[in-house]
Design a binder for this molecule. Sequence first.
Ligand code: UDP
Length: 238
Amino acid sequence: MSNPKYKRVLLKISGEALAGDAGRGLDFDVIGRVCEVIKKCSAEGVQVGVVVGGGNFWRGVKDGGDKMERTRADHMGMLATTLNCLAVADVLEQHGVPVRVQTAIEMRSIAEPYIRSRAIRHLEKGRVVIFGCGTGNPFFSTDTAAVLRAAEIDADVILLAKNIDGVYSADPRKDASAVKYDAITYDEILAQHLEVMDSTATSLSMDNKIPVVLFALKDPENIYRVVMGEKIGTVIKE
Ligand code: UDP
């Protein structure tokens, strides 16, 4: 019998990743493949919490810019994450995976409000919990929400599934000499100003000593590989 490395994980999926090649909206082929792998992890007894971004619909200040007041633009971003939560939850259910959506901003007729103890209970019962609306506060990101929820539910690791396969010394799309790290510390990330997560998320995970594994979502099977302890992507630790 296989033995997963982690018992409880927090998977962060950016909105962009759910959009596939189109970059906007939802690609249900991609979502289906991701949900298939989440199911595989659950079947191994791994408890899976998920935070999804919203960038495939609306990116707060980046899309609102000077056309909108920042707080309201961020409210729209948090609503966008909820669209993704509902899509992922629906596809998980289609795959026979029990799932609950909990949102940081109450919308009781479509999701549970976020309640930590209840989320943990769901996880213990083998249900996937998808956390919507980020932190519930403007001026934050869903990366920060992922770290916050990981700390609250006492996750063993944050799985940062991105459209890049690890942390590099520079942007590999712009700098051919960029090298990929197998492991890196939070201090090095902050000192080198590497764009892994925003600085709020990085500091929060550093302060709470939560390891992060960053890897490419392009092959969703990578989620399972990391959960089972295969060394791919970049491990970020103290
Ligand atoms: N957002 C927010 N507070 C949070 C999380 C998200 O205001 O705690 C808003 C913010 O406008 C952000 C948008 O929601 O730009 C979408 O989240 P994010 O950019 O993190 O999504 P991703 O890039 O991961 O798809």
